[in-house]
Design a protein around this ligand. Structure first.
Ligand SMILES: O=c1ccn([C@@H]2O[C@H](COP(=O)(O)O)[C@@H](O)[C@H]2O)c(=O)[nH]1
Length: 235
C-alpha cells in the first residue's frame, strides 16, 4: 500500500562515485542535457573540493553527501561553507547528537539547502551494529531513535534503508524525508550493501528519494539502466 505524501522526487539520485572529474563529465554527457539529481560524495570532494560541486550544480540538482560528524562548533562552521555551494541537500551523522545537528542547521541559515542525517549506514547489518557499535537494541529501534533525534533537532529528514522508511514516518511525520541508498534492482550485485530494497519496493514502502550508484554508473548502458530504475520506481 502506498501512503499519501506531499512530495516524492521521481528521479533516482545518481551517486557519482568516480575517481576523476573526466569520468564525471563523460558520464553526465551521456544524458544529453537532461537535468539530473546527482550525489557528490567524499571521493570526488576530497580530490576536487567545492569547485566540482559548483560546476555540477550549474546544470544538475546536487546532494552533497559528506556525512559531517564533529563537535558542534566545527560542524556549524563547515556547514556555513557548504551553504555557499547552492546544493539541494546535504547531511551529517545523527550519531553526532542533537546539539551538533542544531549547530549544522545554524550553519546553513540563509541557504535553500535541506539538511538530513544518516541513521545507520545501509552497509551495516544488525549483527555488525551489535558487535561494533555495542548498541544492543534492534537495528530498526536504533534507526527510529536517530530519526526522532533528527526531527527534534529540526532537520528535514534522514538517510536510511527503504526497509525502515514506513516505520520512520510513523514515528515522525509523513513529510519527514526518507532518502534511501542501498537500492538494487532484482538480481543486481549487492556488493557491500546489507539492507537493500528494489526501486519499486522502495517507493511502496515510503522512500522520498532513492540513491543509486553502481547499478547505474557501472552498467554497460548507464542511460538505459537509469531509465529502467526510474520506471520501476515510478510504476
Ligand atoms: O547509508 C548510506 C549512506 C550513503 N550511501 C551512499 O550511497 C551510495 C550508494 O551507492 P551504490 O553503488 O548504489 O551502493 C554511495 O555513494 C554511498 O556512499 C550509502 O550507500 N548508504
Amino acid at each position: 500500500m502506498e501512503y499519501r505524501r506531499n512530495f516524492v522526487e521521481t528521479r533516482p539520485v545518481i551517486a557519482l562515485d568516480f575517481s576523476s572529474d573526466k569520468e564525471v563529465y563523460d558520464f553526465l554527457e551521456k544524458f544529453k542535457g537532461q537535468r539530473l539529481f546527482v550525489k557528490i560524495g567524499m571521493e570526488l570532494f576530497y580530490k576536487y573540493g567545492p569547485e566540482i560541486v559548483k560546476q555540477v550544480a550549474e546544470n544538475h540538482d546536487v546532494f552533497l553527501d559528506l556525512k559531517l560528524h564533529d563537535i558542534p562548533n566545527t560542524v556549524e562552521r563547515a556547514m556555513a561553507n557548504i551553504a555557499e555551494l547552492n546544493v539541494a541537500l546535504t547531511n551529517v551523522h545523527a550519531a553526532g547528537g542533537v546539539e551538533m545537528m542544531e549547530a549544522a542547521l545554524r550553519g546553513l541559515e540563509g541557504s535553500n539547502t535541506k539538511l538530513i542525517a544518516v541513521t545507520q549506514l545501509t552497509s551495516t547489518s544488525e549483527e555488525q551494529m551489535h558487535e561494533f557499535q555495542n548498541i544492543q537494541t534492534s537495528l530498526l529501534d536504533s534507526v527510529i531513535h536517530y530519526a526522532k533525534c533528527t526531527e527534534k533537532a529540526g532537520l528535514a529528514g534522514v538517510v536510511c534503508s527503504a526497509k525502515e522508511a514506513r516505520a520512520i514516518k510513523d514515528a515522525t511525520s509523513e513529510d519527514f524525508i526518507c532518502l534511501t541508498p542501498g537500492i538494487r534492482p532484482a538480481g543486481a550485485e549487492v556488493g557491500d550493501q546489507k539492507r537493500v530494497v528494489t526501486p519499486a519496493d522502495a517507493r511502496k514502502i515510503g522512500s522520498d528519494y532513492i540513491v543509486v550508484g553502481r547499478p547505474i554508473t557501472q552498467a554497460e548502458n548507464p542511460v538505459e539502466a537509469y531509465e529502467n530504475i526510474m520506471e520501476q520506481y515510478n510504476s
